[in-house]
Design a protein around this ligand. Structure first.
Ligand SMILES: *[C@@H]1O[C@H](CO)[C@@H](O)[C@H](O)[C@H]1NC(C)=O
Ligand SMILES: *[C@@H]1O[C@H](CO)[C@@H](O)[C@H](O)[C@H]1NC(C)=O
Ligand SMILES: *[C@@H]1O[C@H](CO)[C@@H](O)[C@H](O)[C@H]1NC(C)=O
Ligand SMILES: *[C@@H]1O[C@H](CO)[C@@H](O)[C@H](O)[C@H]1NC(C)=O
Ligand SMILES: *[C@@H]1O[C@H](CO)[C@@H](O)[C@H](O)[C@H]1NC(C)=O
Ligand SMILES: *[C@@H]1O[C@H](CO)[C@@H](O)[C@H](O)[C@H]1NC(C)=O
Ligand SMILES: *[C@@H]1O[C@H](CO)[C@@H](O)[C@H](O)[C@H]1NC(C)=O
Length: 295
């Protein structure tokens, strides 16, 4: 599928990749795992508080931090415990900018793995012909995915969705289940956002699960941003070869004229902090092989 080409544009962003995982986790709540030195590992909850969690929630576009459940609430991880005694002021763009005991240096067990519950509900755009940045809106509530009814669904509502997904602003709200009808719960109806909320559930709506709709009215959105992904051997969420989704297929970006300003736009869109390096595909492979990652 992919033709190797040494001229493909690549980037290494400043932020460390983060994921929320574990049993019962969602995009916006779970055990915190960070990717360092070529492997995923956990964070010890020594001194773990809402300021630390805030940095995680913000990086994941999940609103603000609501809770920091203790005792490996989403289950214990395995492997490395990468960070201990993390102390953020809350406005850092990546956990590794916060004070901590040093990578891999800890006095912890996995029973102390740090977790977070962020304020935003998880959202995904899905359905036939969907991309990361356009599709039928599905939200995760009460342990199941469900749709949103398009009664009164407008660009202000769609704006909240596009912003949370780092997909720029809302361009269109196609009607009549444009990306196909969903199944299961219809979670939200008569959603009315002003556009600046950090999560759909902060907007006015009829109450969870309360609706007068059918799946033929499932809400959809087309956001302005093209989907971007960082991929390739040794890549992480925040470093790799740049691929963009256009005209129904993924493709690369040529590194002619590729510079730190271009890389900066990519890092920002992916919530990966700022650009540390802009590279070609070949130097990226060498760089990641040599350093393991930016640690
Ligand atoms: C990173 O990985 C290399 C190679 O596996 C290892 O030698 C080094 O000690 C690791 N660094 C840390 C901080 O774990
Ligand atoms: C972050 O907050 C701290 C204290 O609240 C402040 O001193 C610092 O300047 C802030 N940094 C940024 C980048 O906003
Ligand atoms: C983390 O802080 C605790 C309490 O201050 C201390 O006992 C522990 O040694 C620290 N861990 C590391 C790896 O420095
Ligand atoms: C959430 O799930 C529980 C258990 O399945 C159920 O009793 C409750 O009614 C659900 N709440 C909503 C708003 O659907
Ligand atoms: C959002 O926008 C509304 C109206 O445009 C304004 O009244 C409100 O203060 C804004 N809220 C935030 C959190 O910016
Ligand atoms: C949503 O709004 C429509 C039109 O105002 C109304 O007919 C419907 O009952 C509302 N749905 C709910 C669940 O309140
Ligand atoms: C987009 O795809 C269509 C159908 O495959 C093709 O005809 C068209 O040339 C493509 N446009 C671009 C800019 O690649």
């Amino acid at each position: 599928m992919y033709d190797f080409d040494g001229q493909d544009a690549a980037v290494i962003c400043s932020a460390v990749s983060i994921i929320l995982t574990g049993s019962g986790s969602t995009q916006c709540s779970g055990r915190v795992e960070v990717y360092l030195n070529n492997s995923w590992g956990t964070v010890c909850n020594d001194g773990w508080d809402l300021n630390d969690a805030e940095v995680v929630c913000r990086q994941l576009n999940c609103g603000s931090a609501l809770e920091v459940p203790q005792s490996a609430h989403f289950g214990a991880g395995t492997g490395q415990i990468w960070l201990d005694n993390v102390s953020c002021s809350g406005n850092e763009s990546s956990l590794t900018e916060c004070q901590h005991s040093g990578f891999g240096s800890n006095t912890c067990e996995h029973g102390q793995d740090a977790a977070v519950i962020c304020s935003a509900v998880s959202i995904i755009l899905t359905g036939s012909g969907s991309t990361t940045c356009s599709g039928r809106v599905e939200v995760y509530l009460n342990n199941s995915w469900g749709t949103v009814c398009d009664d009164g669904w407008d660009l202000n509502d769609a704006e909240v969705v596009c912003r949370q997904l780092n997909c720029g602003s809302a361009l269109e709200v196609p009607q009549l289940a444009h990306f196909g009808a969903g199944t299961g719960q219809i979670w939200l109806d008569n959603v009315s956002c002003s556009g600046n909320e950090s999560s759909l559930t902060e907007c006015q709506h009829s109450g969870f699960g309360s609706n007068t709709c059918e799946h033929g009215q499932d809400a959809a959105v087309i956001c302005s941003a093209v989907s971007i992904i960082l991929t390739g051997s040794g890549s992480t969420q925040c470093s790799g070869r740049v691929e963009v989704y256009l005209n129904n297929s993924w493709g690369t970006v040529c590194d002619d004229g590729w510079d730190l300003n271009d890389a900066e736009v990519v890092c920002r869109q992916l919530n990966c902090g700022s650009a540390l390096k802009f590279l070609s595909q070949i130097t990226l492979v060498q760089e990641l092989d040599r350093s393991g990652l930016t640690m």
